[in-house]
Write a protein that binds this ligand. Structure first.
Ligand code: ADP
Ligand code: MG
Length: 245
């Protein structure tokens, strides 16, 4: 399943946050979107997920035009996301934070035409997810009581629990220390799958360079450069605009 942005622009009043952006993403790869603060990275994530409308252009998932749909429909179609700032349910347990990802019913049952997953089935999936993200020991702890680093991992787990084919991660390493960031990078790299596209917005360049198949560099809402980590690292315009070298 492929996701495509076709000539997408986003204006906030007189501010042009994204200008004529054309990009496509396929399952099987990890993509990173980088660029200075205010370049438009979160705006791209928000438009794909339907949190922001597009001013012009189109966003398509396969043949479905996402840019006309409300965000809960986009989630049901298989686009999952994390936010730049944590949005967990602090007063619910870690396990409950995963369970609620299945409401409204996820894309799986829509695509497969099956009935809603039963509670036992959902619980099995959530427990398997807790194990995969090393959160089993805190299943019954309130999310708000977890240390920050594990809250970021729980948020990551929430984006993956429904097995969505498109996963958008907005700064998963923000606020993490060096060791936690390395662990987060390894975890995300391990989540790459043939039936999933991971689109990462991230400031930590070691993480971006080490796990991305392609990097798209935004500057003032426009695509400055796109390519493998080696290509992006060697690009002079990127070095001037962003890497500061
Ligand atoms: P980045 O994530 O790359 O730091 P953003 O996508 O958050 O950048 O922002 C891009 C530009 O759009 C910035 O100038 C920002 O102030 C503006 N912007 C983002 N969201 C809004 C909004 N909801 N209302 C007005 N301006 C916004
Ligand atoms: Mg941002």
């Amino acid at each position: 399943m492929a996701l495509a942005l076709e000539n997408v622009s986003k204006h906030f009043g007189s501010l042009v946050a994204i200008r004529n952006l054309t990009l496509s993403f396929d399952v099987g790869s990890i993509y990173s979107i980088i660029g200075p603060n205010g370049a438009g990275k979160s705006t791209v994530v928000n438009m794909i997920a339907g949190s922001y409308s597009v001013t012009s252009g189109a966003i398509r998932l396969g043949t479905t035009e996402l840019s006309r749909l409300p965000k809960h429909r986009i989630a049901q179609l298989g686009v999952a996301r994390t936010y730049q700032n944590l949005r967990l349910f602090d007063g619910m347990t870690v396990l409950e934070n995963l369970e609620v990802c299945f409401f409204p019913q996820s894309w799986i049952s829509f695509l497969s035409g099956t009935k809603r997953l039963g509670k036992a089935e959902r619980l099995d999936i959530c427990h398997a997810c807790l194990a995969e993200f090393h959160l089993s020991d805190v299943a019954d702890v309130l999310a708000g009581d977890l240390p920050y680093g594990r809250q970021k991992i729980l948020e990551l787990a929430r984006a993956f629990v429904t097995q969505a084919p498109i996963v958008l991660l907005d700064e998963p390493a923000a606020g993490l220390n060096h060791t936690e960031t390395k662990d987060m990078a390894a975890m995300i790299a391990g989540l790459k799958r043939a039936d999933r596209a991971i689109i990462l917005v991230e400031h930590d360049m070691d993480m971006v360079m080490s796990i991305s198949d392609r990097i798209d560099v935004l500057n003032y809402g426009e695509l400055l450069c796109s390519g493998t980590p080696d290509v992006v690292r060697a690009n002079e315009r990127v070095q001037e605009a962003y890497l500061g070298t």
